[in-house]
Design a protein around this ligand. Structure first.
Ligand code: ADP
Ligand code: MG
Length: 408
């Protein structure tokens, strides 16, 4: 059996047009002799009637305290609605579809409500449907514990469901259908002339996702890489081939490589909503290190970390700023917290060992009048912390400086 997993995101299933287009992609796979397993997200985006946070607001309006277990039960409804509706669309077009909850599809998770990890996929039931020629339409973003508690998988959870199913079912490919036609050189909402990458590697796209390219979730990329299933990010609304994600760009074939920007940098990404925390300490003051453990115990993850003997600087999600401030003042420290910041990153496997990337970044940002507040780098990424109001100018300037636009 040749299996393909096809995941349709929120905007793809929200409208009748989107659902019809989704069905066409399913039918096309069937015509090619593939057995599709469909994964769906909740319909629409934030604010739409059945979107995940709309559901939550219904419960919090009644009582602001929704325990994590109850919250997961509620949040799982959005995908159930989408799976039933899309199954209806498919059946109306003559495709025998069967909507399944995460539990029914065999997605077993740990008990970490709100951010559960998939520990096992029991494929038996899915395989039975496929053998009968049916198309399972699986609710993304959700699973069930061994004890039968409904869980959700956290942000980007439907991508994770799709990748996990692809691995467990040994699918030929996992297709991630969304509202843009692939992984692009920058968020097209900020950079209209961003180009679609015909092919990229797991490593590169995971870095992009970690640094804010929300087109695919990093956990999904990791799962696909571990099980060696190729991913394809495509648009629901077009027939363009999208972006193939695999182990090596070269192995993907020469047909695509001439289109591939082979410069140092592949893409510019960004993460909004950050706060920078700076704490002055006397050198040798044990609180300078103890604070890291206290922040961790409070569930606050830190990024862009610079530790000097007399000064500790790092970034956090700005929504956690009040909590972080409370933790630090509780230790008798006097943190300075600056909110309204963004991290812009340039990502590219081609920058390994290549001199001048930081110089190009610094010049491009200075030329655009953007002040760099802090930097960090890894082997394939350089990140700069800047102010939110500089975001668009910064991303565009970097995109241009590295020759990523379609005009280049
Ligand atoms: P879905 O609901 O289909 O999962 P998402 O909103 O999660 O869709 O992801 C698609 C969005 O990701 C696009 O609309 C686009 O604005 C955004 N995005 C951010 N960075 C990138 C990028 N580098 N390439 C493509 N899309 C990006
Ligand atoms: Mg998404």
């Amino acid at each position: 059996m040749r299996i393909i997993v096809q995941k349709f995101g929120g905007t793809s299933v929200a409208s009748r047009e989107g659902r019809q287009r989704a069905c066409s992609h399913v039918e096309e796979a069937r015509r090619e002799g593939l057995c599709p397993v469909v994964v769906v997200s909740a319909m629409g985006r934030s604010g739409d009637p059945y979107a995940t946070d709309t559901l939550l607001s219904v419960a919090t309006a009644e009582n602001p305290e929704v325990p994590p277990r109850d919250q997961d039960l509620l949040l799982s409804c959005g995908e159930i609605i989408a799976a039933v509706v899309l199954s209806g669309t498919l059946r109306a077009r003559g495709v025998p579809a069967v909507p399944l909850t995460g539990a029914q599809a065999g997605i077993v998770t740990d008990g970490h409500h709100g951010d559960a990890a998939i520990v096992q996929v029991r494929t038996q039931r899915l395989l039975e449907h496929l053998r009968r020629g049916e198309v399972p339409v699986v609710c993304g973003f959700q699973g069930v514990t061994e004890d039968g508690e409904v869980t959700t998988l956290g942000r980007g959870g439907s991508d994770t469901t799709a990748a996990a199913l692809g691995g467990a079912l040994r699918a030929e490919v996992v297709e991630i259908y969304t509202d843009v036609d692939g992984v692009k050189t920058a968020d097209p909402r900020l950079v209209p002339d961003a180009r679609t990458l015909p092919v990229t590697t797991y490593d590169e796209v995971a870095q992009m996702a970690h640094h804010g390219a929300k087109v695919i979730h990093p956990r999904a990329v990791e799962i696909a890489m571990q099980s060696n299933v190729p991913l394809r990010v495509r648009s629901t609304f077009s027939d363009s081939p999208g972006t193939l994600v695999t182990f090596s760009v070269e192995a993907a074939g020469t047909a695509v490589s001439p289109l591939r920007p082979m410069g140092a940098v592949t893409a510019v990404t960004h993460v909004s909503g950050l706060a920078q925390v700076a704490v002055e300490v006397e050198p040798g003051d044990p609180r300078g290190l103890e604070m890291l453990r206290h922040l961790a115990d409070a569930g606050i993850s830190i990024d862009l970390i610079n530790l000097y003997p007399d000064r500790k600087v790092f970034c956090i999600d700005e929504r956690r700023a009040p909590r972080a401030r409370a933790v630090l003042t509780g230790l008798g420290l006097a943190p300075r917290v600056r909110t309204g910041l963004v991290k812009v990153s340039v990502v590219g496997a081609g920058m390994r060992g290549r001199p001048g990337v930081m110089a190009t970044i610094a010049e491009a940002l200075a030329g655009a009048g953007v002040e760099i507040l802090q930097t960090a780098d890894s082997h394939v990424t350089i990140s700069c912390l800047i102010q939110q109001e500089d975001l668009e100018r910064a991303v565009r300037a970097l995109h241009r400086a590295f020759g990523l636009g379609s005009g280049n």
